[in-house]
Design a protein around this ligand. Sequence first.
Ligand code: C2E
Ligand code: CA
Ligand code: CA
Ligand code: CA
Length: 275
Amino acid sequence: AKAEARGSFRFFEPEMDARLQARRELERDLREAVADEAFELHYQPIYDLSVERVCGFEALLRWKHPKRGTVSPAEFIPLAEELGLIIPLGEWVLRAACRQASAWPDELKVAVNVSAVQFTSARLITAVREALQTAGLPGRRLELEITESVLVANPGSTTAILHSLKSLGVRVSMDDFGTGYSSLSYLRSFPFDKIKIDQSFVRDLNASEGSGYIVRAVIGLGASLGMTTTAEGVETPDQLQRLRAEGCDEVQGYLISRPVPAGDLPALLRRLNGE
Ligand code: C2E
Ligand code: CA
Ligand code: CA
Ligand code: CA
């Protein structure tokens, strides 16, 4: 059957047909959802260990699908990129996050994930400036999170974009640090403000010595480069204790809180900051 599958009849296999159809449906729904802005942002606190307080929230996109319920961004972001929908979608996220953050206390920042396509698009700087202006949010309260794929695709334009963002006061974080393949040289070449240590290292922190060494090395590297280090995916008190001992600046994860809708933030802040 394997050999047959490679032939031209593969396309007509019923299973393949069903998958294609499901994908087309998802495509159509996603186009519609982008047009209708049928999305919502959830927010996960980022906790500053030096002052034991929430210092900001990461905005995480949720698609309320009429039939499938909540669809994970891991599923629809790649599709949005492929369909060229990530620019309008990403700009909606920027506007919504800035607007919501403008209602929070001034010490709280908002972190927004930006896909590689959006980061290197000619519209990024204008979109960021407009989102800040419309919301009345100072640039220093916005952080953009990008992954290494941005740098791999476009090392040349990235430096210029990073400097334009800096001139708006906006900070930039390297997300999922350690999962790409040239992280170290990128850190040397690009002026990031923050390194987010990928959750895969945090997960193994107490189980594998190797992960512990890596986390320690990244925290040390961040400190010597003047970058803040944030550990992602912190789920247990043991992990938190270890990160604290290693001198990690900030933590984020289910142990502190899952991502929650904007309306739940006042209560969450009272619980976490003890106010
Ligand atoms: P990410 O930027 O690395 O975000 C962290 C993901 O880990 C989120 O998943 C979050 O809910 C999850 N998480 C947080 N704490 C824990 C924990 O303690 N344990 C575990 N197991 N997971 C934890 P989510 O919300 O499903 O988002 C997945 C990815 O989708 C994000 O990964 C990001 O790459 C992308 N994404 C989300 N929102 C946006 C957006 O607005 N724009 C773009 N371009 N990408 C987005
Ligand atoms: Ca992120
Ligand atoms: Ca991440
Ligand atoms: Ca990730």
